[in-house]
Design a protein around this ligand. Structure first.
Ligand code: 0PR
Length: 381
């Protein structure tokens, strides 16, 4: 740090330069985030200093959080839901599993708990396993890249605290057979956490309806991220519990704050992201999200049509706006697209393929130009 501060103009010029070095989303086909909605940005700026870690000072922001939770509870078929706004899917997943572990340990059933997750689960569950010292049991996927029900059944034993189901897998955008997993959870008296970090703001707004939420009686918690398809600002995740007892299991006493208990992983928490989420959800309404999701799906099908013209097909029929392409040498294609054309795409690991996410910033013009560049790359490698 300098002894004396710099001129404001100097700082702004450094910031402008750094900003210009960030990629613009108009070359990005790999991200699950996008430009936040204008009203979310407005709300975020207005609530910059609001700290939900001491929300007795910020009662207004707290009321907005309660309202967001109620809206999402209603959307996901459990209006009396409990939970809180997290920093995103990773924190929601950690806290959901921590709660399972706390309750399970209290029942004193086991020493080394295990968790059954699909092989397609986000890498945040590897962090969960490390932090909580829980054995992660990865169930294989079936031919549709949904978790294999037989594999899940074979992994459950007396030390299983719960299962994870994915509603919109990071790599494939696939939705597990959560209705069957819900039955298995009830049969075995174990928890079922649904990771809908991406799909939570997509599935309710698709024409084809999928059962993935609290409508299924075995689903005990859900992660859903406003900072992905919810078009809110970062950091905005939400963790929801069916049973308030699960939230209670995360309780920490905070006697010297304005509120005497906390259930969160972080202490200080962004009230700006809470206000942004409230603003965009109330501005768009279900109708607005339905339109955004319909536009993304239209662009997704347009992309698939263009790709079929050059002989490229998806690994599975896309359920949502995530496309995994059955294409050899995906790593080389990815790096060549980045080096020669400045496109950011991503890959899938098992099975190996090229991965594209068709977020709201992806236009038809972008898709046309991308397919043309992909064709050039395929001709040259
Ligand atoms: N669960 C699922 C199903 C996810 O896809 C993700 C993140 C998470 C949990 C974790 O969410 P947070 O990153 O909010 O904690 N999925 C994206 C991914 O890992 C996150 C992302 C977003 C990565 C934008 C890159 C990017 O540019 O691919």
């Amino acid at each position: 740090m300098n002894e004396k501060g710099l001129e404001r103009e100097e700082i702004i010029s450094v910031l402008n330069k750094s900003k210009s070095e960030d990629l613009k989303y108009n070359r990005v086909l790999s991200s699950m985030c996008t430009y936040p909605h204008e009203i979310a940005i407005h709300a975020h700026m207005q609530f910059m200093e609001s700290n939900m870690g001491d929300f007795g000072l910020f009662r207004g922001t707290y009321d907005l959080e309660v309202s967001v939770l109620r809206s999402l509870g209603e959307l996901l078929h459990h209006p009396e839901v409990s939970g809180y706004m997290t920093t995103g899917g990773t924190e929601s997943n950690i806290q959901a599993i921590r709660s399972m572990r706390n309750i399970f340990q209290r029942k004193d059933k086991c020493h080394k708990p295990n968790l059954v997750v699909p092989d397609s689960a986000h890498f945040s569950f590897d962090k969960v396993s490390d932090i909580l010292d829980i054995e992660l049991r990865k169930a294989t996927l079936d031919k549709d890249l949904k978790v294999s029900i037989d594999s899940v059944r074979s992994l459950i034993d007396d030390n299983t605290i719960g299962m994870v189901a994915i509603a919109g897998s990071t790599e494939f955008g696939q939705v597990d057979q959560i209705d069957i997993l819900s039955d298995i959870a009830l049969e075995n008296n174990i928890f079922l956490h649904v990771d809908a970090a991406f799909g939570g703001y997509v599935l309710p707004f698709l024409e084809e309806q999928h059962d993935f939420d609290f409508k299924l009686p075995g689903v005990t918690s859900i992660a859903i991220d406003p900072h992905k398809m919810g078009l809110s600002t970062i950091p905005a995740g939400v963790l929801l519990f069916r049973d308030p007892g699960q939230l209670e299991s995360l309780r920490a006493d905070t006697p010297y704050l304005t509120v005497s208990t906390q259930y969160t992983l972080t202490g200080t928490r962004s009230g700006a992201a809470v206000a942004a989420t409230y603003a965009v959800m109330n501005f768009l309404g279900k109708e607005g999200y339905r339109k955004i999701v319909a536009d993304c799906m239209e662009a997704t099908y347009y992309l698939l049509d263009r790709l079929a013209e050059i002989g490229i097909y998806p690994l599975i029929e896309p359920v949502m706006n995530v496309v995994a392409l059955d294409i050899p040498k995906a790593d080389l294609i990815r790096s060549t697209l980045a080096k020669d054309f400045n496109w950011q795409v991503s890959i899938t690991q098992n099975p190996h393929g090229l991965r594209l996410v068709i977020m709201p910033h992806v236009t038809i013009e972008m898709i046309d130009s991308f397919v043309q560049d992909l064709r050039t790359v395929l001709e040259t490698i």
